[in-house]
Design a protein around this ligand. Structure first.
Ligand SMILES: NC(=O)c1ccc[n+]([C@@H]2O[C@H](COP(=O)([O-])OP(=O)(O)OC[C@H]3O[C@@H](n4cnc5c(N)ncnc54)[C@H](OP(=O)(O)O)[C@@H]3O)[C@@H](O)[C@H]2O)c1
Length: 306
């Protein structure tokens, strides 16, 4: 037997159950990963609460939970390619990552080797957030001389976006609540409080103006950037919600360049990007972990240990 987090009806964290299930085995074209860490993303609990979102990902009840994972390949089907038993890997498996075992069909588009020197706790946070941050910024074409406003800069996507923007040579202003300012400064961003009056506060911080923006929380930072004269093609958003203003692009993990995650992993390995882990919960405390994540005030990533 093995463990997996499952739910049988849609709802909040209370529907999540840690269950004993028969141990799954790799089909001929699959590898099996023994998962040790699974980073959480808003999409995980959004899927459990929103049947229409679950349907978009082809998820039906009873369903598994989670998207990102890291661990070790421990079974390889006779026809599987690209990975061998014992390989450390990280990947994305939407609706089934918070489980002892994840099966991945090969050739695999969403399974990557974990570089030596990067722990599973960090590797298990990378796919959804890292790809999304990368796509949101790539669309802006940041370079030295840019001043970029990042909305929701201290969250799971924000920690990658801030550091990637810095690596591109940009000056980074990031929105957060005041209690988060020190955290953002350590990441390399100049903090600015979200909420009414944002445009005035950004003007005060950057009187010469801003040149690009990505909004990782809603639409406020995007609308502020437009108000401050940024061209819409240099503004992106990532969150579901109202249609973005005309000309502003909505980007997501699926829009990322295929090599984006390897570049982030290399930058982590080189010490150029850090991945703050806000909290790690044992899988037995999955409901508490999801409740914490859904409050939307995490600084960095929340991880489930298996
Ligand atoms: N389309 C895709 O492929 C894709 C992929 C990944 C994520 N997303 C979406 O991207 C969004 C961000 O994801 P995430 O993982 O970064 O979320 P997250 O980790 O939950 O974000 C938490 C952060 O949001 C900040 N925040 C809270 N209220 C805010 C407000 N009113 N304005 C600005 N920031 C606020 C918090 O800062 P304080 O603690 O200081 O308040 C906290 O640091 C989500 O909507 C998610 O669904 C989309």
């Amino acid at each position: 037997m093995s463990k997996a987090v499952l739910y049988r009806r849609f709802g909040g964290p209370e529907v999540l159950e840690l269950q004993e299930i028969p141990e799954p085995h790799a089909a001929p074209d699959e590898v099996r990963v023994r998962v040790t860490a699974a980073g959480l993303n808003p999409m995980d609990w959004q899927i459990t609460t929103q049947p229409d979102m679950a349907a978009r990902f082809g998820i039906t009840l009873p369903a598994g939970f989670g998207s990102d994972f890291a661990g070790v390949v421990d079974e390889v089907g006779a026809e599987a390619t690209g990975f061998a038993a014992g390989d450390r890997v990280y990947g994305a498996a939407i609706g089934r990552s918070v489980a002892d075992f994840v099966l991945v069909k090969t050739p695999a588009a969403t399974l990557w080797p974990t570089p030596a020197g990067i722990g599973d706790e960090v590797a298990g946070t990378l796919p959804v957030s890292g790809l999304t941050a990368s796509a949101a910024l790539a669309a802006l074409g940041l370079r030295a001389g840019d001043t970029v406003l990042i909305g929701g800069a201290a969250g799971g996507v924000g920690i990658f976006a801030v550091q990637l923007a810095k690596l591109a040579g940009a000056r980074v202003l990031g929105t957060a609540s005041e209690g988060t300012f020190g955290f953002l400064r350590e990441l390399g961003a100049e903090p600015v409080a979200y909420g009414p009056g944002l445009a005035d506060r950004v003007r005060a911080l950057a009187p010469e103006g801003i040149t690009a923006a990505t909004d990782l929380f809603g639409r406020e930072a995007a609308e502020t950037a437009l108000e401050l004269g940024v061209a819409p093609e240099r503004v992106t958003v990532v969150a579901d919600g109202p249609a973005p203003p005309p000309g502003v692009r909505k980007m997501g993990a699926l829009d990322a360049d295929p090599g984006a995650l390897e570049r982030i992993a290399d930058a982590i390995h080189a010490g150029e990007i850090t991945v703050p882990i806000a909290a790690t919960f044992p899988v037995e405390r999955i409901r508490e972990a999801v409740t914490t994540q859904a409050e939307r005030h995490a600084h960095g990533k929340i991880v489930i240990a298996l």
